[in-house]
Design a protein around this ligand. Structure first.
Ligand code: NAD
Ligand code: MG
Length: 392
């Protein structure tokens, strides 16, 4: 039996992961489930999966959960806070850690999993964006396996030669084509974008996802973060990655080789597919998806991305080119701006403005240690909150 720690069990990726695991209970056992504050959902999940550990972000939520589990799942030990998350991510009984907490809150537990040499199933792209080299070094040092869950990166992984880690040039790869759906505002003009609402932003045409990543998809910062994510995962330069808008979300990304061959991975937009792939790798297993109806899809379209309407793409590219702590600052400012937008406290088009101003004001540093990264993250949040007040 393979022991699983699911960080972010109550979220959208959490749901899909539990759906896949439920189909293979003879192979996988849930050791730990974690959540931020959704106690009622955690009670249900603990009752169903009987994990050894459950972790809530706050102590009060953990106490509530503990009381309710006394009768329903007495063998579950309840922990709280970052220390609890880090502990369950590194348990000896855990083989695979699904990193599916949203945002910077996932960084420390995901790093703990990397350090402990687990198979890290990485959905929490913000963790890698923030800590880049440091994270990849931890994976190397501990001998952990890093498998991308983000559908595009999972597609790139599947389209790469097995030995891609020796370098893209040596592996005969010319470039990566990173696909983007274009989000709910793909065809909107700049003028129309001025008045879009959070409700419109989170109504994604192809994917059902958490609120934060849905807004990121609408602003295309999601693709910006994914560009940075791809640079680290595949040791690629930003110039080796071409973003391609592909509204059908059937091709999940492509790898172009020096001989002109282009290999892609296709499938329905269903996160259970990359999750099942990464869990079973190098084998295959049923994900629950019924397969794509190619005649219903019928047409695949491709467009260039528009950095005028979606400046977050440019900001992310500039941040990874600048290196150091810039991607962490970009990520922190984006989290603050998205939160404000979701609370109707910031217009949609001010999201990239807050990020750009924060990047301009923050001191560019080498990302030499986790402390430096976390300090920059904190500082950027303070700056971004000031710009939110100015622009909100
Ligand atoms: P979500 O909002 O649906 O779920 C987030 C999870 O994180 C929840 O379980 C929540 O309780 C937990 N969480 C939130 N804040 C926390 C905190 N401060 N401390 C501890 N736990 C906390 O998000 P999601 O859509 O499942 O996305 C999760 C991650 O996966 C994100 O990084 C996202 O970019 C990435 N991702 C998601 C999808 C998708 O289809 N949903 C696709 C690719 C990548
Ligand atoms: Mg993605």
């Amino acid at each position: 039996m393979i022991g699983i720690c699911l960080l972010g069990a109550t979220g959208s990726i959490g749901d899909s992961t539990l759906d896949v695991i439920s189909r293979h209970t003879d192979h996988y056992r849930i050791i730990a489930l974690t959540a931020n504050s959704q106690t009622p959902k955690m009670v249900k999940l603990c009752q169903q999966f009987k994990p050894d550990y459950a972790v809530m972000a706050s102590e009060s939520a953990a106490e509530t959960l503990q009381k309710q589990l006394k009768a329903l799942s007495p063998s579950t030990q309840v922990l709280s806070g970052t220390a609890g998350l880090e502990r369950v991510a590194a348990l000896p009984s855990v083989d695979y850690v699904m990193a599916a907490i949203v945002g910077a809150a996932g960084l420390l537990p995901t790093l703990a999993a990397a350090r402990a040499g687990k198979r890290v199933l990485l959905a929490n792209k913000e963790a890698l964006v923030m800590s880049g080299r440091l994270f990849m070094d931890e994976i190397q040092r501990s001998g952990a396996e890093l498998l991308p869950i983000d559908s595009e990166h999972n597609a790139i992984f599947q389209s790469m030669p097995v030995d891609f880690s020796r370098g893209l040039a040596a592996a005969g790869v010319r470039r990566i084509l990173l696909t983007a759906s274009g989000g709910p505002f793909r065809t909107k003009t700049l003028d129309q974008l001025q008045s879009v609402t959070p409700e419109q932003a989170i109504a994604h045409p192809n994917w059902v996802m958490g609120r934060k990543i849905s807004v990121d998809s609408a602003s295309m910062m999601n693709k910006g973060l994914e560009l940075i994510e791809a640079c680290w995962l595949f040791d690629a330069k930003p110039s080796q990655i071409q973003i391609v808008v592909h509204p059908e979300s059937m091709i999940h990304s492509m790898v172009e080789y020096v001989d002109g061959s282009v290999i892609s991975q296709m499938g329905n937009p269903d996160m259970r597919i990359p999750i099942a792939h990464a869990m079973a790798w190098p084998e295959r297993m049923d994900s629950g998806d019924q397969g794509m109806n190619i005649f219903e899809v019928a047409q695949l379209n491709f467009e260039k991305a528009d950095e005028q309407r979606f400046p977050c793409l440019r900001l992310a590219r500039e941040a990874i080119e600048a290196g150091g702590t810039s991607p962490a600052v970009l990520n922190a400012a984006n989290e603050v701006a998205v939160e404000a937008f979701l609370e109707n406290g910031l217009p949609f088009l001010a999201i990239p403005q807050v990020i750009e101003k924060t990047l301009e004001q923050s001191t560019h540093k080498r990302a030499s240690s986790l402390d430096v990264i976390l300090d920059e993250d904190r500082e950027a949040r303070v700056l971004a909150a000031q710009f939110v007040r100015q622009l909100g």
